[in-house]
Write a protein that binds this ligand. Sequence first.
Ligand SMILES: [Zn+2]
Length: 145
Amino acid sequence: MNFKFVYKICTKSEWQETKKKGLLTGSKKDLEDGYIHLSADNQVAGTLKKFYQNQKDLILLKIDTLKLDHLIWEQASDGNMFPHLYSSLDISNVIEELEIEEEYEKTNNYCEECKKEDESVFQNLILSSFKICNSCKTAKTIFPL
Ligand SMILES: [Zn+2]
């Protein structure tokens, strides 16, 4: 897990609104819960699957955590630690916006190296644009080609 960056999934229209204001205040659920739900790099795929299934026009925001004063990592009901932001997010902390294509996940779970299907392939594709599973990624990091 990389603690330097966290990710926020939102719709394109939400992101347009956010850019106008310069502040991300969060979704309806965020406002209800009192913090903005974010994801670590290895949680993006799971969050997409759980909360955004079949939703179109999604954007993934890559956020630099360095200047976030109110970012707290808290345990969710599944036992995993999730980043929660207890303030609105100034968009100057967003360093990258990535489009999440429709049907992206279903067609992109096959690793180009070992040709196996694995959830981590989709995740690595969004985050690093390598269509590769975690075990092949680890092998490559240790033995760079
Ligand atoms: Zn592989």
